[in-house]
Design a protein around this ligand. Structure first.
Ligand code: ADP
Ligand code: MG
Ligand code: ZN
Length: 503
């Protein structure tokens, strides 16, 4: 294999403007497939979730999944698109063994949603508007597994296995208009767009949009044109990129590769490319010129889809608060900086903090526990925050115990440790571990005074500089309060009374 020539990123941007097009496929979370009643559940035995329709047997007839259409309209509305008054499915004809009908049921010149936009927020807070060309409905193909080759690709394989469980699962394809003007931030814009789209899809509840499970995948189209020119260059299309980081890396790599080709006087071939996770490179796939002909024609076996305006408005009215709006609202309510909000987002703590405040905790306390003690525990255990064995309600209870003075921060951390260790609810841990602070400072003061009075010799030693001797007095107070005092506070009080500082 030849080494791909790359120009440095800075040199590439000094000479060219990138233009991008992002095509994102989202697998909908419907219970059944798009055109038949087969289950969409993952993990079943190969070909156990199939029927004559999704196997394309002669005489079988498709029926449109209403939830699939509803999800498509919701996505279109959330992307500020117009919703078609009337549209049809189309047959995209081609032969490949993972698609036994010999055509994919898709939409062509009549997409259900078109002409929208999605505003995405970049890391420095700037908003970049990505315009949406269309969002259309289609179906997934089956899955082929190539056996016997070294790479898992068909090349070199002795035979292939086919699983049609995925064939017919509803997909929504969302295509952007050419994204211009992002300059050196093009890779960042690509990543931020896919991230925002993923949040949006999740907020709509139409898919979990897990990229690692293939529920959302992105094709990155990219071309360069010299500064000051308007005609688009020839694009490459890097297929099926399946993580946010990879979207950014793929765009970056292609910018550097295109620039190297163009600068040496070469021409870019219009082709698909494969992205490689290991080194972030892309390699050539198949040549794809515009003459590619799928012989699209309207699907004769399905009725047209004509969403009534009343229904569309009903769906619009029912849209949830959109992620960017919600994030900004919470950021203001919580009084945190853009930067801190970004950390909260990255930690996956937004919903947990919201649930903790819903359970009665002040936002700053909820944030403090989730982003502090609990983030550390999660990190140590190598799990995400929502996988920790503590609920937002329990965190709120710990926070309430601190607010009422029953616990101080140090004891609260021990309570949390106990909850995480499965010792029960915060109140049970307090009880079992005897962690309650003697909240009455007066009572504590009396116990301290008594301990000093009845241990005069030790008190003198401490006054004389033997601070280490304080342990004996702390012990006496703890005994007198039957272990219910906060030892650190007791120590503080004793040293205060004796006029000694610890340092
Ligand atoms: P195809 O089916 O060949 O992938 P589409 O029109 O569905 O074509 O998608 C192409 C994507 O690439 C769209 O997002 C489009 O805006 C974008 N695009 C088109 N031409 C260019 C170009 N020259 N450079 C970069 N992106 C482009
Ligand atoms: Mg494409
Ligand atoms: Zn089926």
């Amino acid at each position: 294999m030849t080494v791909t020539e790359l120009l440095s990123y800075d040199a590439a941007l000094a000479a060219y403007d990138p233009v991008m097009g992002l095509e994102v496929h989202v697998e909908l979370g419907t219970k059944t497939k798009m055109f038949c009643g087969c289950s969409t559940e993952l993990g079943a035995d190969a070909n156990s979730q199939t029927c004559p329709t999704c196997l394309g047997l002669p005489g079988s007839l498709p029926v449109v999944n209403a939830i699939g259409v509803e999800s498509a309209v919701k996505i279109g509305l959330a992307l500020n698109c117009e919703i078609a008054e009337w549209c049809r499915f189309a047959r995209k004809n081609y032969f490949y063994p993972d698609m036994p009908k010999n055509f994919q049921t898709s939409q062509y010149d009549e997409p259900i949603a078109f002409n929208g936009y999605l505003d995405v927020q970049l890391e420095d807070g700037e908003i970049f508007r990505v315009e949406i060309e269309r969002a259309h409905m289609e179906e997934d193909t089956g899955k082929s597994t190539h056996i016997g080759g070294a790479t898992g690709r068909i090349h070199g394989a002795s035979h292939s296995l086919l699983d049609y469980n995925r064939a017919g699962i509803p997909l929504i394809e969302i295509v952007t208009k050419p994204i211009e003007g992002a300059g050196e931030r093009a890779p960042e814009v690509a990543k931020a767009y896919v991230a925002e789209l993923r949040e949006l899809i999740r907020a709509l509840g139409v898919s979990e949009a897990r990229m690692d499970k293939g529920q959302m995948r992105c094709d990155v189209n990219l071309s360069l044109r010299p500064h000051g020119t308007t005609v688009f260059g020839t694009r490459s299309e890097t297929k099926n990129v399946n993580s946010l980081r990879s979207v950014e890396r793929a765009a970056r790599f292609e910018i550097q590769r295109h620039a190297a080709v163009l600068q040496s006087g070469g021409t870019i071939v219009q082709e698909t490319r494969h992205f490689h996770e290991d080194d972030g490179s892309t390699t050539s796939g198949r040549i794809k010129d515009n003459a590619e002909d799928y012989r699209y024609f309207p699907e004769p076996d399905l009725v047209p889809v004509a969403p009534s305006r009343a229904w569309v408005e009903e769906l619009r009215a029912g849209l949830p608060e959109l992620p960017r709006v919600r994030r900004n609202r919470l950021r203001e309510e919580w009084g945190v900086s853009e930067h801190d909000m970004q950390s909260i987002l990255n930690a996956g703590a937004v919903d947990l903090i919201v649930a903790t405040t819903d359970a009665g905790a002040p936002a700053d306390q909820a944030r403090k526990w989730w982003m502090g003690e609990l983030a550390r525990s999660a990190n140590e255990a190598g799990v995400s925050l929502d996988e920790l064995a503590i609920t937002p309600a329990q965190v709120a209870r710990v926070s309430a115990l601190v607010a009422s003075g029953d616990l101080n921060d140090k004891l609260a951390r021990q309570v949390i440790e106990g909850v995480l260790a499965g010792e029960g609810d915060p109140d049970e841990v307090v009880e079992k571990r005897g962690l309650k602070v003697v909240s009455d400072e007066g009572a504590l003061g009396t116990a301290v005074d008594e301990a000093i009075a009845s241990n005069a010799a030790i008190a003198d030693k401490i006054r004389g500089g033997k601070v280490a001797a304080v342990g004996a007095l702390v012990g006496a107070v703890m005994k007198a309060t039957r272990g219910q005092a906060d030892a650190a506070r007791v120590k503080e009080l004793i040293l205060e009374r004796l006029g000694v500082s610890e340092g």
